[in-house]
Design a protein around this ligand. Structure first.
Ligand code: SAH
Length: 342
């Protein structure tokens, strides 16, 4: 049976017509799923009993089960969801001044192998479907009763390695007849899959693009991120410049500061040289130490010096407020853990 959440509204219309129903039924169903957030076809009370039966026979609603929920002292919530095939993923809910943000996973596990990231410590199992990405938002809204206003693709997985499903999920999440989360409130973060950056640039997607840069020389970046052996810094920056020129949108560069690795003033100087003249913003993240990780977090003093130097040179840089690190829900601390034995 097919997960009904894997259809966007247009596809659902076609699907309804193909099973002999009127197209407008799709909009009603879409609203039950994404506005009313129902967990059973029986709750779709403006559909005939016959249609409800037909839906039950042909589709599933794939409601995620919460295996474990943890709450940080700062209010951040981390969910471990059972994705209904024996696997589990993590999703994080954060509260900011401007509303609620959700950090969604795009894959079960990750292939990218970044040396400082906990999501790497586990094998890649599979990519999530678009419906499974959207369900993370629905499941958290059901559990908390709140309305999510921002989505970041910064959970487990590399979103551009699951390109089609991520783009499709964005279209579903976007739809004004459903969750209605504007593209400007959605961010995709990538370790730098260069060909896909060109594709996004040509798509007029309106989302924010974040690039996990983390180093300014190929030698250093390759030691932190194996993807750099495939697409090096020069190719990555060239793609970013194309993206900016094509979309006129600011890119957000993420730079995780690790003690005695990439956090001194020479690194800051090299970063200024690399990004000079680009429409961008730098997000500095004092690296979160992971189990058995060889990178230590930078000192507060170094982080501030690094930020101030960038700002003095005309590059807007901010230090990311780390939420949820007491429950391992901060950047790079997400992993797939089975059995609720977190
Ligand atoms: N695969 C995507 C998105 C997931 S990670 C990507 O690479 O961008 C989201 C962000 O957290 C990325 O910038 C990633 O590099 C960063 N990150 C990973 N591990 C981290 C750690 N231990 N400390 C701080 N940031 C980390």
């Amino acid at each position: 049976m097919k997960n009904i959440k894997d259809y966007n509204l247009d596809e659902l219309k076609e699907e309804m017509i193909s099973i002999g129903e009127k197209g407008y039924r799709a909009e009603q169903i879409f609203k039950w799923i994404y506005v009313e957030n129902v967990t059973d076809f029986n709750e779709m009370t403006n559909l005939s009993l016959e249609l409800r039966e037909k839906l039950k026979e042909n589709y599933t609603l794939d409601i995620y089960k919460i295996i474990k929920k943890q709450e940080s002292s700062d209010g951040t919530k981390k969910y471990l969801f059972d994705v209904l095939d024996g696997n589990a993923i993590e999703t994080v809910l954060m509260q900011y001044k401007h509303g609620y943000s959700i950090c969604v996973s795009s894959q079960v596990g990750c292939k990218m192998g970044c040396k400082f990231c906990a999501s790497t410590g586990i094998a890649f199992i599979r990519s999530l479907t678009s419906g499974e990405i959207a369900e993370q938002i629905l499941a958290v809204q059901r559990d908390t009763g709140i309305k999510i206003s921002n989505v970041v693709f910064m959970g487990i997985g590399e979103p551009l390695d699951n390109f089609e499903n991520v783009i499709k999920a964005i279209k579903t999440i976007n739809n004004p007849k459903g969750l209605n989360i504007g593209a400007r409130h959605i961010s995709i973060s990538t370790c730098g899959i260069v060909p896909k950056i060109y594709e996004i640039a040509d798509m007029d997607l309106q989302c924010t693009l974040s690039i996990s840069l983390h180093a300014t020389t190929n030698e250093k970046r390759s030691k932190m991120m194996p993807i750099n052996n495939k697409y090096n810094i020069e190719e990555l920056i060239k793609a970013c410049k194309y993206y900016i020129e094509k979309t006129n949108k600011r890119i957000s560069f993420e730079y995780a500061l690790a003690k005695d690795n990439n956090d001194n003033l020479d690194d800051a100087k090299a970063l200024v040289k690399l990004l000079k003249g680009m429409l961008c913003h730098v997000n500095l993240i004092p690296i979160n130490k992971i189990e058995n990780g060889k990178f230590d977090t930078s000192t507060n003093e170094n982080v501030i010096k690094f930020r101030d130097y960038l700002n003095e040179c005309g590059i807007v840089a901010t230090i990311r407020r780390e939420l949820g690190d007491d429950i391992e829900a901060a950047c790079g601390q997400l992993r797939r853990k089975e059995g609720g034995n977190i």
